[in-house]
Design a protein around this ligand. Structure first.
Ligand code: ADE
Length: 270
């Protein structure tokens, strides 16, 4: 993390990310690029050429800090946090988890000298809103990426079922008691019938994605088993039927009962 506010990263000293570091599954290094400032007063920003409000991060300290990283021991990606970047999502988290080293350049104040962009392999935003700096944004990314590193989550399968992992939202979860404040756990979950529970979960994932995130629903690649589930959802939410052409082709072929073949006297098959 290249930042002028290393103290902002204390949340990474808690919970799962803390344990991941203790287990040496991940390592987080904080570099205060103010240490690389050239001036006596260690200035990292200056007024913008052409005038205007606010200050702009100077290129020299960040360039010098990046140079000082040296050669990577593995696959490295340098990420610049900016609201102008590509919006981060689960697919990006999976991609980033394949790197040995991620370097985050965290700007602060109003902006940074355009030449700083040259250092970055990628520019990433965590959403269409403006933060006071890249620190919180980079922590969001670290958290999402670190939990994909094998061993960081207790059971490796916990990340498999994630919302978004398969491009679908997660199904509703329940635990004991079976009834609370008049709210009951769906009976199927108490049935112990594994196959039916799996089908119920898939159906609820599809339903939730359709109702809450139509944008994600647009790009789901349906499976053969989804056909009856989608038809059931269509009975409950007729508006989904408009999308039927996307799953119609998965309709199972009706198997004809094979006729007993009678061999006639002339040996032709009837
Ligand atoms: N810095 C300021 N706002 C940001 C955002 N939305 N994403 C990433 N970095 C930022």
């Amino acid at each position: 993390m290249l930042t002028i506010f290393p103290e902002m990263f204390t949340p990474l000293q808690e919970s799962i990310i803390k344990r991941a570091q203790e287990a040496e599954l991940i390592q987080i290094k904080l570099v205060d690029f103010r240490d690389y400032a050239l001036s006596k007063h260690k200035n990292v920003d200056d007024v913008p050429y052409g005038g205007g409000a606010g200050m702009v991060l100077k290129p020299e300290p960040i360039y010098r800090a990046v140079k000082d990283l040296g050669i990577s021991n593995g696959k490295r990606k340098i990420v610049l946090l900016t609201p102008q970047g590509e919006v981060f999502n689960q697919k990006k988290a999976i991609e980033f988890a394949n790197y040995d080293e991620l370097v985050f350049l965290c700007g602060h104040y109003e902006g940074f000298d355009e030449r700083i962009r040259v250092l970055a392999d990628e520019e990433i935003s965590v959403g269409d809103y403006v933060l006071t700096g890249g620190e919180l944004a980079s922590m969001v990314i670290i958290d999402a990426v670190a939990r994909l590193v094998p061993g960081v989550l207790g059971k490796e399968s916990s990340a498999e079922q994630d919302s978004h992992r398969q491009g679908l939202l997660e199904y509703p979860q329940y635990t004991r008691p079976p009834e609370y404040e008049g709210l009951e756990v769906p009976e199927i979950l108490l049935s112990g019938h594994h196959a039916r529970i799996m089908a119920w979960r898939r159906k609820e994932s599809l339903r939730r994605t359709f109702l809450r995130r139509p944008d994600l629903f647009q790009s789901i690649e349906f499976e053969k088993e989804d056909y009856p589930l989608l038809e059931e959802i269509a009975l409950e939410h007729p508006e989904i039927a408009e999308h039927r052409e996307r799953w119609e082709h998965l309709k199972p072929l009706i198997k004809r009962r094979s006729k007993k073949r009678n061999i006639s006297t002339d040996n032709t098959l009837e």
